[in-house]
Design a protein around this ligand. Structure first.
Ligand code: ADP
Length: 479
């Protein structure tokens, strides 16, 4: 079992108090590296979610001035930094990612609160210079109402930071539902939020039956916005369930990121960035490369550089020093990735780095793998892999690279490497992806808007755009 000063109460949080499930039932949280049960969290459902929404609704009646919200946001950011080692340890234990990476996640999460604190004055009332209809006009950014925040397990702390920072900035009370696999990071966060002095009901935590919690958030009239990060499948369910209630949704769904390398690119730099981009979180991030396109004339040299680097990566328990890649989230995830690799090999791809995964020897650890001779038709390029596997595909020219990169229903992140700045700019303009890296594998940052095009979703997190995500503009004309 896990012991931590941040996990004194392993419970939900409703109306300013720690809360158990009314049924008394619990859900086990498992360490994917060891199979050990870390803790048991309350298995909540309809009833607790309704209470959480009602308490959030009553917190709406206690608006906080902008300066107060700025102070809260800065405090939350400071607490992340102060406790980053312990927050990181909890993330590693329940998610599997290396501890260093988990601490970087805590810093990344802090950045969202800090950004919102720094820029919160953008939410101040705006007075129009013009006086249309002979009236004076003001624009107010009102809190949208209670917000439901639903997050996945791959960034247990950062995904909520992207949403909660904007909700606190907009003065929206929230009901938070973490993923079943990684609720402890959120419980730890709440033990810190409990020190900040937020009004009762401003932040609420429920966990357990996803369908029941989701249904209340979709149907309760007080909930005006749901912000969700997760699968396209659940995103579609939420769209359908909220349609009768006409709620605002912010959805960050699946990705299928292309990493395009032209033959004039610095191949060492491209290989280095590819490794950093791809293997973060063992390849279980929505912005990590899903398919590599290398221009045919540079393919052999590039694949050799990538394979050499991949062969040097260390797989193991994320709490051990020097580990680059932790376990996947569970056995099901590993089995799915193994099937994608097997399908590709059967259909003619070749493994140039990595060994075959064995259920008996490797458990939840999947060997980092590079496949060449992959085609756009294989499941590993059409589906989101969510594992440490790099399929490499060769392309002919710029037009071919753009067409194939865009040949997916997803549009979250893409990366392009070329020595020609004009080409970089031209290609970026043609790519239908919300985030593009030019000669870098860098992903999102708190200062820039991030979100998807096409079926990767809508709405933005981070940047000025994200700051407005939970606000409703109200125009007041005064005679
Ligand atoms: P993943 O495949 O990454 O686990 P999911 O979309 O299944 O992605 O899960 C992301 C989040 O959505 C998790 O917190 C999960 O519990 C939640 N979730 C799953 N099903 C539903 C649902 N029907 N309504 C609301 N949330 C859901």
């Amino acid at each position: 079992m896990i012991e931590s000063p941040l996990l004194e109460h392993v419970q939900g949080f409703i109306n300013g108090d720690w809360a158990q499930a009314q049924s008394g039932q619990t859900l086990a949280v498992i360490n994917p590296a060891t199979g050990e049960t870390l803790s048991k969290v309350p298995l909540m459902g309809h009833d607790e979610t309704r209470l959480a929404v009602e308490s959030a609704q009553s917190a709406l009646a206690q608006p906080a001035p902008i300066e107060q919200r700025r102070q809260w946001l800065n405090q939350v950011a400071d607490l992340h930094i102060e406790h980053k080692k312990e927050l990181g340890r909890i993330i590693t234990l329940e998610n599997g990612k290396p501890w260093k990476e988990a601490q970087a996640e805590a810093e990344y999460a802090a950045g969202f609160y800090r950004y919102c604190a720094t820029h919160i004055e953008k939410l101040k009332t705006r007075h129009l210079q013009e006086q249309p209809k002979n009236h004076t006009w003001t624009v107010h950014h009102r809190p949208a109402g209670v917000v439901g925040l639903i997050t996945p397990w791959n960034f247990p702390l950062a995904m909520i930071a992207k949403k909660l920072s904007a909700a606190l900035a907009a003065d929206c009370p929230s009901v938070i539902k973490p993923a079943e696999k990684t609720p402890l990071s959120m419980v730890a966060l709440f033990s810190l939020l409990d020190q900040v002095g937020l009004a009762a009901g401003k932040v609420n935590l429920v966990m357990g039956h996803a369908d029941q919690i989701g249904r209340v958030l979709c149907e309760h009239p007080a909930v005006r916005t749901i912000s969700f990060t997760g699968s396209t499948r659940v995103g579609r369910l939420l769209i359908a369930a909220t349609a009768p209630h006409v709620k605002k949704l912010s959805l960050e769904l699946g990705g299928n990121a292309p990493f395009v390398v032209f033959d004039d690119a610095d191949l060492d730099r491209a290989a280095e960035h590819l490794i950093q981009n791809k293997f973060r979180g063992a390849g279980q991030t929505c912005v990590c490369t899903n398919r590599v396109y290398i221009q045919r004339s540079a393919a052999a040299a590039f694949i050799e550089k990538v394979a050499a680097r991949v062969s040097g990566l260390k797989v193991g328990n994320g709490m051990e020093d020097g580990v680059d890649i932790g376990p996947l989230i569970d056995r099901g995830a590993v089995q799915r990735v193994a099937t994608l690799v097997d399908d590709a090999l059967t259909q003619g791809a070749t493994r140039v780095a990595g060994k075959a995964w064995s259920a008996a020897d490797d458990g939840c650890f999947f060997p980092p793998t590079v496949l060449r001779g992959v085609t756009d038709e294989m499941p590993c390029t059409r589906e989101e892999i969510f594992g440490p596997v790099l399929p490499v595909i060769e392309f002919e020219d710029e037009q071919d690279a753009v067409r194939r990169s865009n040949g997916t229903e997803y549009g979250l992140a893409a990366y392009v490497f070329t020595a020609d700045p004009k080409r970089a700019e031209r290609v970026a303009g043609m790519l239908q992806f919300g985030h593009v890296g030019l000669n870098t594998g860098a992903g999102p940052t708190p200062e820039a808007p991030f979100g998807g095009m096409k079926q990767s979703g809508f709405g933005r997190e981070g940047g000025t755009e994200g700051l407005f995500e939970f606000t409703e503009p109200q125009a007041i004309a005064c005679a």
